[in-house]
Design a protein around this ligand. Sequence first.
Ligand SMILES: Cc1cc2nc3c(=O)[nH]c(=O)nc-3n(C[C@H](O)[C@H](O)[C@H](O)COP(=O)(O)OP(=O)(O)OC[C@H]3O[C@@H](n4cnc5c(N)ncnc54)[C@H](O)[C@@H]3O)c2cc1C
Length: 275
Amino acid sequence: MLHIVACIKQVPDTKIIKMNPKTNTMDRRTAPAILNPYDAHAVEEAVRLRDKYGGTVSVVTMGPPPAVKAIKKCIEIGADEGYLITDRRFAGADTLATSYAVTKAIEKISKIKPVDLIICGKMTIDGDTGQVGPGIARRLDIPPLTSVNKVVEVNREEGKAIVHRKLEDGYEVVQSSLPCLLSVEKTINEVPYSPFPNMLKAARYQPHIWSVDDLEDVDIKQLGLKGSPTIVSKVWAPPKPEGGEILEGSSQDQVEKLLAVLLEKKELFQAKEGV
Ligand SMILES: Cc1cc2nc3c(=O)[nH]c(=O)nc-3n(C[C@H](O)[C@H](O)[C@H](O)COP(=O)(O)OP(=O)(O)OC[C@H]3O[C@@H](n4cnc5c(N)ncnc54)[C@H](O)[C@@H]3O)c2cc1C
């Protein structure tokens, strides 16, 4: 029976959010908080694997108390248990400190039931770094398999997982030992509408809520702002793109004109030098 942990994050809906023109930062009050879309696919994949092989799906997030809503969304998708780690001492965490805190939570969850597989989203739509998943894998000393767009097999008895990893021009088939960590593409599955019984379960569900003191062997210096070496030195909005030039004529004319423009800008020469 597999125990799969999906790592999830509540994020502002960046399709709606407005930027503060003075500070160039996101005005989080202008957008509703949602489950990071990539993480919905991570949970869906965990649920599908549980349904295929049997077992349990737990979801874990580090976030403020309202992140309970994102956990409930995962219960709607089909997760069995949810864990929220929340504490002021986590605040201001960069990806290094986030991966540390989430790892500590996973270590505690695996004491309740050993973990076979961890699934993360490829990235979040607000932080966008894609660093937290590999960070957790590094800390747990397990293989990270990134850009996964298909899980072929998870075999607990043989201690192996086989997945497809998306490449620019196709995919590669990778076999890993268990436990391992997958970070998944949106193309891995489609998240269907939640069945009504799951919605009822989610409405009543109360996740496990842990503070720093509930975790074990935590080095406080590695948490939150104190444990975050990343410094955001400047934030600015990218310049608006200027209107482009539309090349007229036959396909051949257009190609010749385009080559002339590129050669003029020496972009081709620079690209060749870079090869
Ligand atoms: C100096 C600094 C200070 C910051 N302060 C704050 C702050 O005060 N408040 C704040 O909200 N953000 C803050 N951030 C942003 C914060 O670092 C990131 O949002 C966070 O580390 C996750 O990184 P990401 O969003 O790029 O996730 P990614 O690495 O893109 O996420 C990949 C996957 O990792 C998993 N994951 C990501 N985050 C979590 C999580 N929290 N819990 C469980 N799983 C997760 C999910 O599966 C996700 O799909 C700060 C960043 C910096 C650089």
